[in-house]
Design a protein around this ligand. Structure first.
Ligand code: UD1
Ligand code: M6R
Length: 704
């Protein structure tokens, strides 16, 4: 739920300004992950000194704080390690409970130190679920906690273990600390006792390492080192000083010759000498891509150690089934892909990107001319899925709505029972899952904690798991048996827009693949493929409504307290998605109502003042939907209607309408959602709200 960014330079001279700017810039790219507070820890002027800057609010405020701090920005460092954090508060409100004393700043804190001298600094994304127990243990050892945050116990635990064994290696210490942590985390740790070194570890939260070297790397992978022996617990470590000396203990100094031979082949010169190198650590590759395209994705339970121009990856247990190398990959993400370009907000850019993003979802997969669909990532599993007892779609928020939107077409084409579940509720109920179930996890980020936990739950029960994910290399993408990358490109706006339409398209293609062997469905399948072939052009037509929709928002929705959105059948999920968008970024209460339910209670709300939007595009339920329309009109309501072009039913000049093109019924929701995205956008802009960073929310919800 937070963004972490680190920068380490080795034998590459940089001044403090460059280092601080690099960290600030990285944080601003990660701000979409949380923006309650921000902070950084960099080396001080003297050896064994650290400067920490922390500020409540956005990264721009942290920048101001640093500028006002009169820190010498010209000081140069041949080697240096800096870590930083933009935080979404989970434990402890940001101000004022994060205000422990620190040597260089009087402001709030999100970086956590072990003590007032900042011997250990930690930035952390995720939640340490056993922090209360750790805190209680450390308090019995004389530690005093200054904040309510879970992160503080990590720094204090490191300090405590270090004090027991001052000659301990950084990795050995880090392993002993990490072994004690339960929950989900991505973390970076630095210490005055290990100058220019950083530990990076992940368990459930993403962490990527970018590598920049002047010379080509010798190999494009890093070996993983496994512990031969167990790791001491915090208690053992404290009590058993002798253990440090024991050759069988991890607290004993590791055999360095072995480590260096195996770990850092990529970074050594021919004669085995480390080369100048820069390392960028980030929660997300979008913050790294402007520095280097060479990245390495850490896997869960990896502990990376960056020191003296080298990168070593350790794991706590041997033979745990993971690969024994981590590939250094070249990412294709271009900087302009993550810049706003001519748009005022990322959300606006992403709404307008949809004619291209849906094409990217279908590229190389849908052949409209020959009426073929090939999803490379599912090919080997399609026949198994066809035989499954049921398909359960599991997701949260917008991704859940996209699953609801395609449920009908899955049922129709596959005739397999379909369930659609909110990940949190699914887990709360501990719903039954069987080996012959197929569980489909739909997620833009691939990191949403509820979905990820539901995935683990289904894996434990032996179900086949399928991912429908945007972020390549994300946890859901890596952990599922197979899946589809929706290829929508980076989505930065907290409100999900292009991911929704791409998920929708990807899942329709999934249903088409599953029904390929059904002769009786052939005509229907062809009709849908034709429809998909035209979707991009139809998106372009709808986006031309941008200005009229902006005017309509100003005319009908200004200063309103509430809004109803009515839809039926496949358009109910569209209404739900539109209502979520409106609530999320314009803070206007908006309720989606299934039209058929209107007369069972909600109709009491309707009068001439309540703003109402009704989705009334033509499908098999149109006549029934029209009943709801008549019920609203009869109560003096003046609904704004989303309908197909030139629908005679709504020809009256008195009807306020948004015309959309017609497509195949099961794809109509793709078109109908776009005016709702635009309405939510213009409502928020009209209120002067922060469209890309709505209050209290973050893009990636990596906490339960
Ligand atoms: C892949 C390549 C694409 C290339 C195409 C050409 C990647 C990421 N994609 O696309 O660049 O143009 O081949 O043939 O290298 N997966 C999961 N879970 C998920 C999502 C995906 O396990 O949630 C797996 C898939 O099963 C597959 C792999 O990841 O093994 C790549 O999936 P995807 O990108 O969808 O496959 P292709 O469309 O074949
Ligand atoms: O990354 P995911 O698709 O798993 O995220 C799920 C929800 O948190 C997300 O869709 C959320 O509802 C959006 N901010 C809505 O716009």
């Amino acid at each position: 739920m937070c963004g972490i960014f680190g920068y380490i330079n080795y034998l590459v001279e940089k001044d403090r300004k460059f280092i601080v700017d690099t960290l600030l810039n990285g944080l601003s790219r990660l701000e979409y992950r949380g923006y309650d507070s921000a902070g950084m820890a960099v080396d001080g002027n003297k050896k064994n000194e650290v400067f920490a800057f922390k500020e409540v609010g956005k990264v721009a405020k942290l920048k101001e704080l640093i500028e006002q701090s009169a820190t010498d920005m010209t000081k140069t460092f041949e080697s240096h390690a800096g870590i930083s954090h933009t935080r979404w508060a989970t434990h402890g409100t940001p101000p004022p409970s994060e205000l422990p004393p620190s040597p260089n700043s009087t402001d709030s804190i999100l970086i956590h130190s072990s003590d007032p001298l900042w011997e250990f600094s930690v930035v952390h994304n995720g939640i340490i679920t056993n922090y209360k127990e750790l805190k209680a243990l450390l308090e019995t050892k004389g530690f005093r906690f200054e904040t309510e945050t879970d992160t503080e116990c990590i720094a204090k635990l490191a300090k405590y273990l270090y004090d027991q064994h001052p000659d301990i290696e950084f990795t050995v210490l880090a392993k002993a600390v990490i072994k004690e942590l339960e929950g989900a985390f991505g973390l970076l740790m630095k210490s005055v006792h290990y100058p220019h070194e950083v530990i990076a570890a992940r368990k459930g939260s993403p962490l990527v390492i970018g590598v920049k070297t002047s010379k080509k790397m010798k190999v494009d992978f890093v070996d993983v080192e496994y512990s031969e022996d167990g790791v001491l617990s915090a208690e053992q470590a404290s009590q058993n000083v002798a253990a440090k000396k024991s050759a069988t203990s991890l607290l004993a100094p590791p055999d360095k010759s072995l480590l260096h031979r195996s770990q850092s082949r990529a970074f050594l010169s021919d004669d085995g000498i480390p080369q100048p190198a820069e390392f960028f650590l980030s929660s997300d590759p979008s913050a790294i891509v402007e520095h280097t395209k060479k990245v390495l994705y850490l896997e869960d339970d990896d502990i990376a150690h960056i020191h003296e121009g080298q990168l070593n990856i350790h794991r706590l247990t041997k033979d745990d089934g993971t690969s024994n190398v981590r590939a250094i990959q070249t990412i294709e993400l271009e900087l302009q892909e993550i810049m706003k370009g001519k748009f005022d907000h990322f959300m606006q850019k992403e709404i307008f990107e949809q004619p291209e993003s849906v094409v990217n979802t279908m590229r190389g997969r849908l052949d409209v001319a020959n009426k073929r669909v090939t999803l490379g990532g599912l090919r080997q599993y399609i026949s198994t899925i066809r035989r499954c007892r049921r398909i359960i779609f599991i997701a949260c928020g917008t991704s859940y709505h996209s699953c609801m939107a395609v449920r009908g077409i899955f049922e129709e084409l596959t005739e397999i029972p379909i369930a659609v579940e909110l990940a949190s509720d699914f887990l709360d109920r501990q719903a039954p899952v069987f080996r012959d179930d197929t569980c489909v996890f739909v997620s833009q980020s691939g990191e949403t904690a509820d979905s990820l936990m539901a995935l683990r739950y289904c894996l434990e029960r032996g179900a086949l798991t399928v991912g429908v994910v945007n972020v390549v290399g994300s946890s859901i993408s890596l952990l599922t048996h197979c899946g589809v990358h929706i290829n929508a490109g980076p989505e930065i706006g907290v409100a999900s827009t292009k991911a929704y339409t791409s998920q929708f398209v990807a899942m329709v293609m999934f249903a088409l693949s599953l029904s390929e062997d059904r002769a009786s469905k052939q005509k229907r399948r062809e009709e849908i493929m034709e429809g998909l072939g035209q979707i991009s052009e139809q998106f372009k037509q709808i986006l031309k409504l941008n200005d009229p929709i902006k005017d309509l928002c100003a005319k009908f929705f200004k200063n309103q307290k509430s809004l109803l959105l009515l839809g039926r059948g496949a358009q109910f999920p569209t209404a739900l998605e539109g209502a979520l968008k409106i609530k999320e970024i314009s803070y206007l209460h908006c309720e989606a109502v299934m039209s058929g339910e209107l007369k069972h209670g909600v109709l009491a709300l309707v009068d001439e003042n309540l703003p109402i939007i009704m989705i009334l595009t033509r499908d098999s339920l149109f006549t029934k939907s029209l009943n709801a329309y008549q019920q609203v009109i009869a109560r003096g309501g003046r609904p704004i209607v989303i309908c197909n072009h030139d629908d005679p039913e709504f020809s009256s000049a008195l009807t306020e309408k948004i015309d959309v093109p017609k497509t195949v019924d099961c794809l109509q929701g793709l078109l109908n959602v776009i005016p709702l995205q635009l309405i939510s956008y213009w409502l928020a802009v009209g209120e002067g709200l922060n469209v890309d960073f709505p209050r209290n929310l973050a893009k990636s919800v990596t906490v339960e």
